[in-house]
Design a binder for this molecule. Structure first.
Ligand code: FE
Ligand code: FE
Length: 162
């Protein structure tokens, strides 16, 4: 078998998160629709817009490495999204729904943070400062979203669910 290097890992992982972001883009409107709290609904809507920018940035990174943007099925995100769907179905109309939605969204954001953190570090190692900046920008937005979700859970949603 031919040797593989960090370039191969970088490209494969880029395809993984590109696929994941497209799945997340389809899922966020469903989360917004399900949310009971207007603040949570607005949060999902804002992150839906940000997710479109994440996809565009990934397309720029593909361009920087001279590859056509293409996704590769990511079973991890499909599983995380499936669990979110279960929460929507099983907690529909209940007091705990929003707390459950936030827990599902946290799982999504942490998956993304893991991927973007890795890709950013690899871009640095591979001497791609422009790609690094794009990945870092998205990583910051995922972290900010994760924190906003935590704040909303602690100050409001968890109390209402209890
Ligand atoms: Fe994202
Ligand atoms: Fe995200």
């Amino acid at each position: 078998m031919a040797d593989k290097t960090l370039d191969d890992l970088f490209h494969d992982t880029l395809k993984d998160i590109y696929y994941a972001e497209k799945q997340i883009l389809k899922t966020l409107p469903k989360m917004a629709k399900a949310a009971q709290s207007s603040e949570l609904k607005a949060g999902f809507e804002t992150h839906h817009e940000e997710t479109q920018a994440h996809i565009e940035r990934l397309e720029q990174v593909f361009e920087l490495i001279g590859k056509t943007p293409r996704g590769k099925t990511c079973d991890a995100i499909l599983g995380i999204i499936e669990e979110g769907k279960e929460i929507i179905e099983e907690y529909k109309g209940t007091t705990a729904l929003d707390a459950g939605l936030i827990s599902a969204a946290h799982a999504v954001e942490h998956y993304e943070m893991a991927r973007y953190g890795t890709l950013r570090t690899w871009a640095q190692q591979l001497n791609m400062p422009e790609a690094m900046k794009l990945l870092e920008q998205t990583l910051k937005e995922e972290e900010a979203t994760d924190e906003k979700l935590s704040t909303l859970a602690i100050t409001d949603v968890n109390k209402k669910a209890a």
